[in-house]
Ligand binder design. Structure first.
Ligand code: SF4
Length: 324
């Protein structure tokens, strides 16, 4: 029996209208997110990860626009909601920890006032005493002491600021959290701590979470499943263990072979070439100029993300042929 999804995205397309033409930043993206699940989304810069996050929150700005598809959350297609309904849903059912969010804290306002403003914006029924109690509770959830409420952002380390941002994202206990590069600009040790905080919070709320990033090591430790994006498309989706043990898509294989391994001394291979311009994508499979196993068909036909077994999907002609 198929499990209920926390979020079901079907055929999502988001384009930027640039002077030179239409840039398909997210192109026909389909995926399911299950309650309590952590889905990692990886890809190079410009692969469409952040646009995907902003479009799901309906926080994308012109010249970006949603061109098609649906995103079902709680039985509703949130892409079709009126702005006012979407505003109510944001943070209460679906929340975002935006990229670089710790830099968006106001440096001259105490943490408690920034948190109180966010709480009041979403729930005007709470008294001052209830708000203060909620702030202490939220800080505790992200393992920060009560004293942080009285501090200014400049008095906090990067990791502490990021944990404040996580607290802000869970003010209304959403069922889906999207974390866009939640550990960027933090040093390696702090990255692990922040990621652990995020995972703890997600588990306490039993929320589903989309973690966007490019650090495969962090993904391996945190995500249950991984989705790989390339040039606006999802090209592989698989449970984390099978992704690392048996990647299917040639791009996934190259991503993994470019990772250092403590067990095995081997030459690290980079991925040849660079991601194509979305304004001028190669014909057929957008990865074909970089793909070491491309065949003639790859230059002509765009591969579709297909089920290759009960849990994995990949968009590659060769994988499809081998699976059939
Ligand atoms: Fe490589 Fe062809 Fe598969 Fe694209 S479809 S990843 S070019 S083998």
């Amino acid at each position: 029996m198929r499990q209920e999804t926390a979020l079901q995205v079907n055929g999502l397309r988001v384009s930027y209208l640039a002077g030179e033409g239409e840039v398909k930043a997210v192109d026909d993206v389909t995926f399911s997110l299950y309650p309590g699940e952590r889905l990692g989304v990886v890809g190079e810069s410009g692969s469409g990860k952040t646009t995907l996050a902003l479009a799901l929150m309906r926080l994308h700005k012109p010249p970006a626009s949603i061109k098609g598809g649906e995103a079902r959350l709680g039985g509703r297609d949130i892409l079709k909601l009126e702005q006012e309904d979407m505003r109510k849903l944001r943070w209460s059912e679906l929340s975002l920890i935006p990229q670089g969010s710790m830099n968006s804290l106001n440096p001259v306002v105490r943490i408690k006032h920034q948190m109180a403003d966010a709480i009041e914006a979403h729930d005007s029924s709470m008294t001052r005493a209830e708000i203060n109690k909620h702030i202490v509770h939220l800080l505790g959830r992200v393992s920060l002491p009560e004293s942080v409420a009285e501090m200014y952002p400049h008095e906090l380390s990067g990791g502490m600021k990021q944990r404040v941002c996580i607290a802000l994202a869970i003010i209304l206990e959403p069922s889906v959290i999207i974390a866009d590069e939640p550990t960027s600009a933090l040093d390696v040790v702090v990255q692990r701590v922040v990621m652990q905080t995020l995972n703890d919070v997600q588990q306490q709320l039993n929320a589903a979470m989309i973690i966007i990033g490019h650090d495969m090591g962090l993904m391996a430790q945190s995500a249950d499943r991984l989705a790989v994006m390339y040039a606006g498309k999802m090209v592989e989706v698989a449970p984390i263990a099978s992704f690392f043990n048996d990647p299917q898509h040639p791009y996934s294989k190259l991503l993994i072979s470019s990772l250092p391994s403590p067990e095995e001394k081997r030459e690290l291979t980079g991925i040849p070439g660079s991601q194509p311009s979305l304004l001028d994508l190669p014909s057929g499979c957008a990865f074909h100029p970089r793909c070491p196993v491309a065949v003639e068909r790859c230059k002509q036909e765009i591969p579709v993300l297909r089920q290759i077994d009960s849990q994995r999907r990949a968009a590659c002609h060769l994988v499809e042929e081998q699976a059939s």
